[in-house]
Design a protein around this ligand. Structure first.
Ligand SMILES: NC(=O)CC[C@H](N)C(=O)O
Length: 224
């Protein structure tokens, strides 16, 4: 059975739900600790949502220097599937595994709602169980959810098909409605909304979130 690691930082909030989503998708969740510098032989890694280090300095800025991130960056650069959800996405940007940065939502308030996303790239390690153009519904909940980057970087992301998810309606001022992006290789994906909160009927808006974790399983099989 595939083993998918979920990292806990001080202030992580959604690590338990992420581990549960991994289990419901049919993989073995492995809990990883920010202060360790090893990945316990996992096949993929999820950086969960929350307020790691209290979002001090900038959301994700301190976590990017956690010992485990050195091994995550090396593994990601070697092709391991890595998913960053919300605070995890912020950490991936701060670690420079993904482009751009996250700033306060335009309305300067915390936004919490179920959000429709359009799948733009169904060819990444975390989106291959969707189809391009498909709309999915998963929760969004953050304060620093506005994705920004310079025009050149945005054009590059668009031109290389690295925009993976776009908001249908813009909830936070993100440039070009971008909700999630990938790296050049397609193994590292980050997004602000929370797939791990939409994995079981009766608990959240449907089960569209399962597709993310099943995609990783498919990707691991394809590269086995
Ligand atoms: N749900 C979360 O992961 C919150 C992320 C982040 N710290 C923010 O509020 O922007």
């Amino acid at each position: 059975m595939a083993r998918i690691g979920v990292v806990t930082f001080p202030g992580s909030l959604d690590d338990r739900d992420a581990a549960r989503a991994v289990r419901l998708a049919g993989a073995d969740p492995v809990r990883l600790w920010h202060a360790d510098d090893f990945l316990a032989g996992v096949d993929a890694v999820v950086l969960p949502g929350g307020f790691s280090y209290g979002d001090y300095l900038r959301a994700g800025a301190i976590s990017a220097f956690a010992p485990i991130m050195r091994t995550v960056v090396d593994a990601a650069n070697a092709g391991m599937p890595v998913l960053g959800i919300c605070n995890g996405f912020q950490i991936l940007c701060e670690s420079h595994l993904l482009a751009g940065a996250m700033v306060k939502n335009t309305q300067l308030t915390f936004v919490c709602k179920d959000q429709v996303l359009r799948v733009e790239n169904a060819d990444t390690a975390w989106s291959n169980q969707f189809s391009a153009g498909q709309e999915i519904l998963i929760p969004l909940k953050n304060q620093d959810g506005q994705f920004i980057a310079d025009e050149h970087t945005l054009d590059e992301l668009e031109g290389e098909g690295r925009v993976v998810f776009r908001y249908v309606g813009n909830p936070n001022g993100s440039r070009r409605n971008i909700a999630g992006i990938t790296n050049a290789r397609g193994n590292v994906v980050g997004l602000m909304p929370h797939p791990e909160h939409a994995v079981e009927k009766g608990f959240g808006p449907g089960t569209d979130g399962l597709g993310f974790f099943r995609s990783a399983l498919q990707s691991l099989l394809a590269h086995a």
